[in-house]
Design a protein around this ligand. Structure first.
Ligand code: G3I
Length: 328
């Protein structure tokens, strides 16, 4: 039977899913989402590159559809994301062919953050204020080498954007959102958050994305990580849970990436991994304040593109049955 996530988890934390504006306007998928989940996150429609493509142009419609759908159905909304160097339109960084000054960059960031947060005040309860700025473990630097925000303003752009967000909507929870697959990257994120909290940067929580390979994530890594972040006084949310269904030998891709084959994992390992994450989070009620899956949005987009139909394999259905190979 289909697990009614909203009912099953109402005493723990909101269970959410990633959505795009099409999914919340198609009555078939909209009713599924309203029934199954208590929260939604825009996969792309609220990213700076999508919502604020040029300095005097905001494209509100897709994000408005998602927020209005959520309000009409009593769902919470996670705003994703206010600042991510990888998805900032380039106009933020340039001034007549030169790199913008720190002051000009800050005035642009402040205008963006204030405009978005005031539009959705009282409707978006939490924001990924900053996404994935900590460098991969393969980089010796703490911050990503391709972070142009850092190149222009140095580390204190981080404190700046969180302080701007706090002022823009004091009722919103402010998250730093990132992903890790091993202890090395987790430790880099932990060191970063410890430093920011010590400086008094107003970060309320950390989003652990949980893009997990089909070989899984160790329960110990996930448990220890949540406990470590909690000791910094941060609440924790699993923000982008999806499980790769391609084995690593085949250069694992997450189910979120388009590919030629879409294969439900034969041994149902996918649901085992989801169930491990849910178990660890249930054991940390009060510290973990939400789980959002990323896959349905991408699965749906993928299946719609390939098969022209809306299909939502219930990712938490313990009876997840292996599905026949769906080819392009
Ligand atoms: O919709 C346009 C389409 O009209 C156009 O023809 C096509 C080719 O340019 O692009 C389409 O937009 C793409 C969009 O996904 C929708 O599929 C963008 O190019 C592409 O960059 C975008 O990728 C998203 C990616 O973030 C970058 O923003 C993925 O959908 C999304 O799943 C992924 O999500 C990220 C989180 O935001 C942060 N954490 C990691 C996670 C996975 O990478």
């Amino acid at each position: 039977t289909t697990v009614q996530l909203k009912r099953a988890y109402r005493n723990y934390f909101p269970i959410g899913t990633a959505v795009d504006s099409k999914m919340v306007t198609d009555p078939r998928t909209a009713s599924f989402i309203a029934k199954q989940y208590s929260s939604v996150t825009p996969v792309n429609d609220m990213k700076p590159v999508n919502i604020h493509p040029s300095e005097n142009v905001y494209k509100w419609a897709p994000a408005d559809k998602i927020v209005n759908f959520a309000v009409q159905n009593g769902l919470k909304v996670r705003g994703h994301c206010l600042v991510w160097f990888y998805r900032m339109p380039h106009w933020f960084f340039w001034d007549n062919g030169q790199l913008a000054s720190k002051e000009l960059l800050y005035s642009r960031l402040d205008s963006h953050i204030n405009t978005v947060m005031s539009r959705y005040k009282g409707k978006v309860y939490a924001y990924d204020v900053l996404n994935e700025t900590v460098a991969k473990t393969t980089e010796t630097t703490q911050y990503s080498r391709i972070d142009t925000l850092y190149k222009i303003a140095g580390e204190d752009y981080i404190e700046h954007v969180f302080r701007t967000a706090r002022k823009a909507d004091p009722s919103a929870k402010l998250f730093y959102n990132d992903t890790f697959y091993d202890e090395a990257k987790r430790d880099k994120i932990y060191a970063f958050l410890k430093e920011m909290k010590a400086k008094g940067v107003p970060i309320d929580g950390v989003g652990i994305q949980c893009h997990i390979g089909i070989d899984g994530m160790s329960e110990e890594l996930l448990s220890n990580s949540i406990d470590m972040f909690a000791k910094l006084g941060l609440e924790v949310q699993i923000t982008e849970l999806d499980v790769s269904i391609f084995n690593r030998e085949a250069k694992a891709k997450t189910v979120a990436n388009d590919s030629d084959d879409y294969t439900i994992d034969k041994e149902g390992k996918q649901s085992d991994i989801f169930n491990m994450v849910f178990k660890v989070c249930r054991q940390r009620k009060g510290v973990v304040t939400g789980i959002t899956t990323w896959a349905p949005a991408d699965i749906n987009n993928y299946l719609t593109k390939r098969l022209g139909k809306r299909n939502y394999p219930n990712l938490f259905d313990n009876n997840l049955k292996p599905k026949p190979m769906l080819r392009k």
